[in-house]
Design a protein around this ligand. Structure first.
Ligand code: ADP
Length: 603
C-alpha cells in the first residue's frame, strides 16, 4: 500500500472514530432530552385539559348547589324561580338548556321549558333522592339531540329533602374550551366513557356513536389507569398518547399526537447530526489528503531522484521545506552529486585502465606470436636434427650388427661391448623417434591413418612387443577381450605405440612376479580399453603431471629405470588426436589403472 493511502486511512481512523463517538453520544443524549420534552408537553396538555374539565364541572356543581339552596327553590316560588334560573341561563349562555324541579315521587313540578312528566326511574332522580349531588352520564339530548349531562341535587327544607333540582347541561361549552387547549398541530383530544364510547371529540358526529374500547389507551384509561405510551390509535395511526382517568365523572381523557410529528425534533436532530458528521468527514478527508500529500510529496521526489540516480538521469530535487524531510532531501542531493562525481572519476580511471589493458593485450598477442614462431623454429630444429641423426644412427647399427655377426672369435669383452653399442643405438633410435613423434603432436602435424581396427590386434601386438621384458620380470600379462567385440576407428600403428607405452610402463613400475590385466569393454557407441597393473602406484597429487613431457615421478627407485618421461605425453597426444582422453587411477603400492575410449566403427 502506498504511504499516502496509509496516511489517509490513519488520519481517518484517528479522527473519524472519536468524532463518530462524540456525535453518537450527543445525538443519543439530545434524542432522550427531546423525547422527555415531548412527553412532558403532552402530559402538560392532558393535565390542562383535565383541569379545564374539573373547573367547568365544578362551576356546574356550584351553580346547582347554589340554586337548590335558594329560597325560591325551597319554597317553590315558581315565578321567581323562573326569573332566577333564566338569569343563570343567560349568564352562562348555551350551558343550561333546562332547569326543572321534581317532587319526591319523581313528578316534574316545575320546568323552564314547561315540561311535565315523571322521572322516578331515572338514576339522576334516584341518586339525588338519596341526598347526593349527582352527575349523569353523557347522553344525547331528547330535546335537541346534542350531547348533554343532567346534574341533580336534593332541595332541603328544614333539614329534610323536599324535592330535587335538576339541570340539563349542554356539553358544547366544555367541548369548546377543550378544543381551545393547545395540543399542537397533530394533536387530538377525546374523552371516552367507561364503556369506551366517545363522549367528546372535535368531530361531533362520532359522539356516542363510536365505541373504541379495543384501543390501547382506552383500555388502560377505562381500567382507571393514567400514563403515556406509544401505540396504534383507533384510526390505525402510530401515536404518542397520554391518558387520564377522571374518577368523579368516570371519563377517560386521551390526548394523542402523531408519532412522526411528536418526534419531528428527533428527526430534525438526526438530519442535523448527519449533515454535521458528513461535513466533518469531508473536512477530515480533505485535511488528510492535503497533509499526506505534503508528507509524501517530498518522499515521492526522493524516490524519483533515487530512480534517476540509478538510471543515470539524476536531477537535483528542489528542497521545499526546512523540516526533517527538507534536510533529508538536501543530504540526498549532496550525496547524489558526490556519487556522480565519484562515478565520473571512476569511469575516467576505468577508461585509462582499459586502454592500458588493451595495449598490454596487444603486446601479449605479439609476444605470443613471437613465442609461437620460436616454438615452431624449435620444433623444426628438433625434427631436423633428429632426422639428421636417424640416418647416421642406422648406418652405425648396420655396421655394429655386421661386426657382431663377425664376432664369434672375438674376445668376450669385445662381444659384450658390441652388445652394449647395439642396445644403446636402439635406445637412441627410440628416443629420437619419441622426440620426433612428440614434436609432431605438439605442432599439431600428426596425421592419423584412420581405418577400421580390431582392438584385439592392438592388444596382442603390445603383448608381443613386451614379451621379452615380461618373461624376464616374471610378470603375467592377461588379455580379457569379449569374442564378438566391435571394431574401432583409429590409426593402427599409433594405437600400438599407445598400448606399448602403457604396457612398458606397467612392466617398468611393477615388481617381479606381478601381473598386468588388459581388458576391453564395449557400450553403445564406444569401446573402453583398460590397462591395470599391480605396480608401485602413483601419488594422487602427481597424477595430473605424469602426462607432461619429461615428467617423471621423483623417486630414487624409478631413477634406475630407463625412460625420458615422454611415453605418456606421446600416448596422451595420440589419444587426444583420436578425440578422446587417457584416464588414470592409482593407489600407492597397490597398482595403477590407465584407460581410454575409442569410437566404434559403424557396421
Ligand atoms: P617414462 O619414460 O619415465 O616412463 P612416461 O611419460 O611414460 O615416462 O611416464 C612418466 C612417469 O609416470 C614415469 O616416470 C612414472 O613415474 C610414472 N608412471 C607411468 N606409468 C606408471 C605405472 N604404470 N606405474 C607407476 N608409475 C607410472
Amino acid at each position: 500500500m502506498r504511504i499516502r493511502t496509509e496516511l489517509i486511512i490513519f488520519f481517518l481512523i484517528i479522527s473519524v472514530v472519536p468524532l463518530s463517538a462524540v456525535v453518537y453520544m450527543s445525538y443519543d443524549y439530545s434524542k432522550e432530552a427531546i423525547r422527555n420534552t415531548v412527553m412532558t408537553n403532552l402530559l402538560g396538555a392532558t393535565e390542562n385539559s383535565g383541569n379545564a374539565i374539573d373547573n367547568w364541572m365544578d362551576a356546574r356543581k356550584d351553580d346547582i348547589r347554589v340554586i337548590s339552596r335558594s329560597e325560591f327553590a325551597i319554597n317553590m316560588k315558581k315565578d321567581e324561580l323562573r326569573e332566577y334560573m333564566s338569569a343563570y341561563e343567560s349568564e352562562h349562555e348555551g350551558v343550561y338548556e333546562e332547569f326543572f324541579l321534581l317532587d319526591l315521587d319523581g313528578n316534574i313540578v316545575f320546568s323552564t321549558l314547561n315540561r311535565t312528566g315523571n322521572a322516578a326511574q331515572e338514576p339522576y332522580f334516584i341518586e339525588a333522592a338519596r341526598g347526593k349531588l349527582y352527575i349523569s352520564d353523557v347522553s344525547l339530548s331528547e330535546i335537541n339531540g346534542y350531547p348533554e349531562i343532567i346534574v341533580t341535587n336534593p332541595v332541603r327544607k328544614n333539614g329534610s329533602i323536599s324535592g330535587i333540582l335538576a339541570a340539563r347541561v349542554s356539553m358544547e361549552n366544555l367541548y369548546r374550551i377543550l378544543e381551545n387547549i393547545d395540543i399542537g398541530k397533530s394533536g387530538e383530544i377525546f374523552i371516552v366513557n367507561k364503556d369506551g364510547d366517545i363522549i367528546f371529540h372535535s368531530n361531533r358526529s362520532v359522539i356516542l356513536h363510536k365505541n373504541i374500547n379495543n384501543n390501547f389507551a382506552v383500555n388502560e384509561v377505562t381500567y382507571e389507569k393514567n400514563g403515556i405510551n406509544e401505540y396504534v390509535n383507533y384510526k390505525g395511526e402510530k401515536v404518542l398518547g397520554s391518558y387520564y382517568w377522571l374518577p368523579l365523572y368516570r371519563w377517560g381523557l386521551v390526548v394523542e399526537k402523531n408519532i412522526d410529528e411528536a418526534y419531528s425534533g428527533v428527526f430534525n436532530l438526526e438530519r442535523r447530526m448527519l449533515s454535521i458528521s458528513s461535513f466533518a468527514l469531508i473536512a477530515v478527508v480533505l485535511v488528510a489528503v492535503v497533509v499526506s500529500r505534503r508528507i509524501t510529496g517530498p518522499i515521492k521526489s526522493l524516490e524519483e531522484g533515487a530512480t534517476g540516480l540509478l538510471s543515470g538521469n539524476f536531477k537535483p530535487i528542489p528542497v521545499s521545506s526546512g523540516n526533517e524531510i527538507g534536510k533529508l532531501t538536501k543530504i540526498f542531493d549532496d550525496t547524489a552529486l558526490e556519487l556522480l562525481e565519484i562515478r565520473k572519476k571512476l569511469e575516467a580511471k576505468i577508461d585509462i585502465a582499459n586502454k592500458d589493458l588493451e595495449q598490454k593485450n596487444k603486446e601479449l598477442i605479439a609476444a605470443n606470436e613471437e613465442l609461437k614462431k620460436l616454438d615452431e623454429m624449435k620444433s623444426d630444429i628438433i625434427s631436423l636434427v633428429s632426422h639428421e641423426l636417424k640416418t647416421p644412427l642406422s648406418s652405425i647399427r648396420i655396421s655394429a650388427e655386421y661386426l657382431e655377426s663377425e664376432a664369434k672369435n672375438y674376445p668376450q669383452a669385445q662381444k659384450d661391448m658390441l652388445g652394449i653399442i647395439i642396445r644403446n643405438i636402439d635406445r637412441l633410435t627410440r628416443l629420437i623417434n619419441d622426440i620426433l613423434d612428440l614434436s609432431k603432436i605438439e605442432a599439431g602435424k600428426m596425421e592419423l591413418q584412420l581405418e577400421r581396427v580390431d582392438i584385439r590386434d592392438i592388444v596382442n601386438a603390445a603383448i608381443e612387443n613386451t614379451k621379452l621384458l615380461s618373461l624376464k620380470k616374471n610378470i603375467s600379462i592377461t588379455a580379457d577381450i569379449p569374442g564378438n567385440i566391435s571394431q574401432v576407428i583409429g590409426d593402427r600403428e599409433k594405437l600400438i605405440i599407445v598400448m606399448n607405452n602403457l604396457v612398458e610402463n606397467a612392466l617398468k613400475f611393477t615388481a617381479d612376479g606381478g601381473s598386468i590385466l588388459l581388458s576391453v569393454k564395449e557400450d553403445a557407441d564406444s569401446i573402453e580399453v583398460t590397462m591395470k597393473d599391480t605396480g608401485i602406484g602413483i601419488e594422487k597429487d602427481k597424477l595430473e603431471k605424469i602426462f607432461d613431457k619429461f615428467y617423471q615421478v621423483d623417486s630414487t627407485s624409478r631413477r634406475k629405470i630407463g625412460g625420458l618421461g615422454l611415453g605418456l605425453s606421446i600416448a596422451g597426444g595420440i589419444i587426444r588426436a583420436h578425440g578422446s582422453e587417457i584416464h588414470v587411477e592409482s593407489e600407492i603400492e597397490k597398482g595403477s589403472t590407465f584407460s581410454f575410449r575409442l569410437k566404434k566403427a559403424g557396421k
